[in-house]
Ligand binder design. Sequence first.
Ligand SMILES: [Ca+2]
Ligand SMILES: [Ca+2]
Length: 260
Amino acid sequence: MRAMRIHLAAAVGGLALVAMPVTSRASLFLNVAGAGGAVGENFNGFQGSGTTVPSNFTVAGTQSGGYQGFFTDGTSTYSTVNGIYAGTQSSNTVDRAFTARVPVSNTLMLMFAVTNNTGAPLSNLQFSFNVEQYQDAAATPNTIDFLSDNGTGGAFDQTNITGPGKSVLEFSAGGSTTVYSTPTTVSETASYNQSIANGATVQFEWSWVPGGGGNRPIWGVDDLSVSGTAAPVPEPAAAALLGLSGLGLLARRTRRISAG
Ligand SMILES: [Ca+2]
Ligand SMILES: [Ca+2]
């Protein structure tokens, strides 16, 4: 099986995405490449405004307060309405996260799309990301769910999503309004268990799901990395080609020795 690396530089770029309709398909292109590593997004360019949402991403849901700028660990300065923030650490303001104060009874979605342009079917799609919590304020635990639209362009569900990052529970739910001096961070992984045809696009999203009632925590996602495995080369055929190549080399060497 041939594992293809995904190139970051070729995949991420272009201008910021502004107010895309939910049905739009921004694309995080997966290219065959060398040692560039996986496609990724660190959200460090996100500044808590619609115009700084990273290219290839879009926000949906019923976040009535819209973007509210920065929420920094150790401070409780934020709007009293629902908000989407660029989460920052006071010790490292360069490292930002896509952060939200979850609505009481609605959901908020951060969506992105993966387009397979490797030239071959793409499988074994793996996602890793960090979840960062800046404030604990939930009467009941909140969840961030990771979903896909399964290539249909329609409703998102978790039918084809596996892994511990499928549903991330709030780290604590003490019912207080503790603002962490340093955001609590957990690393999560999830997988998409379907193959994506060459040229096809599948959308993914994180959905902030409130636990219901009480105050709301502030937590976000950061450091997304996406990788996959391009079409397998049949192993018997590969072995046979290698064998023929070896025989050819042997034959040439034999002739050279004979001529000498
Ligand atoms: Ca971070
Ligand atoms: Ca970051």
